[in-house]
Design a protein around this ligand. Sequence first.
Ligand SMILES: [Zn+2]
Length: 515
Amino acid sequence: MKLLATYTILALTIPQNAFAAQFADTVMDATFKLFNSASTSTCFFVRNSKPDASLYLVTTAHTLERMNGETAIVVLRRRDDNGLYKRVDHEIVIRKGTRIKWRRHEKHDVAVLAVDDSLPVPVTAIGIDRLADAERFAAEGVGICDRLFVFTYPERFESSRAGHPIARQGIFSSPPLLAPKSSPTFLADFTTFPGDSGGPAFIHGKDGKPLVVGVVVGQQYHDERIDSVYESRVVKHPFRLGLVLHAHHIRETLRTAANSPQVTKETTESLRISLAADDWGDAQKADILNVLNSAALPLWASAGKPGLRPVSVLSDSKGPLVAFDRGEADTYKVLLNVKGRLWARFAFQFSHEMCHILANYRDVPNQQMWLEEAICECASLYSLRAMGESWKSKPPYPNWKSYAASLTQYADDRIAGAPVVSSDNLQEWYEQNKGTLDATATNRELNLVVAVRLLEIFERHPQAWRVVRSLNLGSPSENSSLEKYLSGWYERAGLEQKSIVEDIAGLFRISLSPR
Ligand SMILES: [Zn+2]
């Protein structure tokens, strides 16, 4: 009651000019939340100088690269005549098929996306002249320990129901005026969180207006490795320091976007698959390669397109497997035992082995290896069904559209052939089959039972393939029990993927509360 009274009095005593424009309003009004199912970040609008005068969305490159699909949502705000704000979720196109619409800096983590002006509400944009180049920055006389501000959405948090960003302040924690080419980033001591990426960092300019000095691209950690008898893990201690990329690099990226606005083909450089000159039956090598790329893509893309060593594929009756020893130039060696134009079988075998590669497979004793095998079985089902969808409209060759249905069918037949064990009964099933699972990782029938349940989780959250990357990065000692194995995985998982490991553990009635 007392609180309410205090609040009322305060409200009554707000001076008339309280709503007058503040110096930071332009930056706040130009800053928005940007999200899709795979990623959430901050972005801000910048308008180029005439004659271009186009509107550009600025954010980190990793934000857009992590976003799957063709669209993302920008949370715009509409202000009515009474000064009330309303949130307006607006869909923007970020990709068309494999063609990306943004331009990224060739070295640094910033990207710019041209936005046409047909937005549903008028938006404020920061003029390019308010982005500090090195000269302008120096002219401001800014130095270490001087104050700066950021607008972001820490942990997706919004400061109003209309979706306003949160303002925070800090000081320059590293010298800000070093040459941006050799020192592209500087540090600032504001509390940092996931979701901050892409937010503008700015100072109070000498002319009383805001001057954007950079874009928040990450945070600084101290990694502490703890080795004990049965466990070793890395604890990340946040320094509470934000990493800010110099505005010089935003300006460079804007220039590239303005000069060559054409969309560019997404780089698939990191997925380098080659086929050995083996006997592949009556199938053309180029056709097999198309199928293998198509099978790997749904997994690799959902895993965040990690840079991988080249994969060389051999025809060998010992397959399907991915060898522990590496080929020439440290390439992965995948052995397949398919010959002829059996595209679904090629896709089935290869996506399983790609999953082991994404999971950083290794040669260590592992009683829980059956779980990795089940995830890789799930990868095959996932890829075949994803290919079945994408080939309906975008097959490798126009006359291959008719194969789409058979790819889905291959996966669905396999699922239909699996003994039905519902999620509710999986824990009991596990207890009954634990001995066999621990002893033999590759009992395909048992793995399939788990794979079918995992498929529900992975199809609901394609970013689950990201968390597979950290499955094998712990100490082998955690392989001794399923609970330890899953706990280690949970600890290594990124914040956004922890719930996925929890879902998987939930199938076995294991709860993974943070220690
Ligand atoms: Zn396997």
